[in-house]
Design a protein around this ligand. Structure first.
Ligand SMILES: [Zn+2]
Length: 314
């Protein structure tokens, strides 16, 4: 199976839940038998959870061959073996080709689940061999009730995180991380100033975020370029969350923003978020966003600006 959907839409959680239903020794109301416990800690001997190796940007053909070797054995204690590749889109071309035979004719009693944000990185031959399942963003009601019931958060905190996260559970959960919350406060001040301050504020902000090493980015395995992209994406997700709250009127819009409709601001931020994993540098994307929004605030509506135009102005 190939499960695709945005970050925070529950793919990993669901993969673990499905594995539990297959491996559990007790059944529906199980509160934690040994098998379930091992699944949740990724220590069950019939669950193969293939992560990208530390310090590597892709999943290699060796890693896939190694997995195939393990899958060729019979399950040890569970009725089936389950293999999950959480960042399956990171399998390089050779790795995907090497995996074709397993996807075409999996060994007996084997379930393979590939998880990815989108199908773009897969070979057509891989796609045609997988059963696709599409995950959408979660509803706000579900995010809030999960935070309250599963994570035992106080209601006001859960509500604030939900309004911010817009259906992304991973983002909502970041509200428990102080380093992240410090970053949220910083983004709000910096980005608001980049939009309403002088030209210096605008140009300095993009360059500041281009060199930033925030505390919440714990994964040390990213390359310098990936870290820059990750910082820019996180900042844009946060700023989208801030405007989502402003749209919902939970946070009032500072008066110096004029009368630009918040939904237009949100759409523009979202558009730039989608551009980040592209050939443009994250810094150019931020510069462009600030320019487009600054012009928008002056005119009262957002008129898309081409990247060439913005490069000339900057
Ligand atoms: Zn169980």
């Amino acid at each position: 199976m190939l499960w695709t959907g945005p970050v925070g839409s529950g793919k990993k959680t669901y993969a673990l839940a499905l594995t539990r239903t297959l491996f559990c020794e007790k059944g529906e109301d199980c509160t934690g038998c040994q098998a379930c416990h091992q699944v949740l800690h990724l220590t069950h001997s019939d669950l193969f959870w293939l992560e990208r190796e530390q310090g590597k940007n892709e999943i290699s053909v060796e890693a896939v061959r190694n997995l195939e070797k393990k899958l060729s054995n019979a399950p040890l204690s569970a009725p089936v073996k389950v293999a999950v590749i959480p960042e399956a889109g990171k399998m390089n071309r050779d790795a995907q080709n090497a995996f074709l035979k397993t996807l075409e004719e999996p060994p007996a009693k084997t379930l393979v689940i590939l998880l990815a944000e989108r199908t773009a990185n897969f070979l057509p031959t891989v796609l045609s061999r997988c059963r696709p399942v599409r995950f959408g963003a979660l509803s706000s009601g579900l995010v809030e009730s999960l935070l309250v019931k599963t994570y035992a958060w106080e209601k006001p905190k859960a509500r604030a995180a939900t309004e911010f996260a817009d259906g992304n559970m991973t983002l909502a959960l970041q509200f428990a991380n102080q380093d992240w919350m410090d970053f949220v406060a910083k983004v709000q001040v910096d980005f608001d100033r980049a939009l309403t301050g002088g030209e210096d504020d605008w140009l300095q902000t993009a360059s500041l975020y281009d060199q930033m090493e925030p505390d919440f980015l714990e994964e040390k395995t990213l390359t310098a370029g990936q870290r820059k992209a990750e910082v820019a994406k996180s900042a844009l997700r946060i700023y989208a969350g801030i405007w989502n709250r402003r749209l919902l009127n939970q946070d009032s819009i500072p008066s110096n923003f004029g009368s630009l409709p918040p939904d237009q601001v949100l759409r523009s931020i979202q558009k730039h978020l989608d551009i980040i994993p592209s050939y443009l540098s994250p810094r150019m994307v931020l510069d462009h966003l600030f320019l487009e929004l600054r012009e928008g605030f002056k005119k009262g509506e957002i008129v898309p600006i081409s990247f060439i135009e913005s490069a000339v102005q900057i």
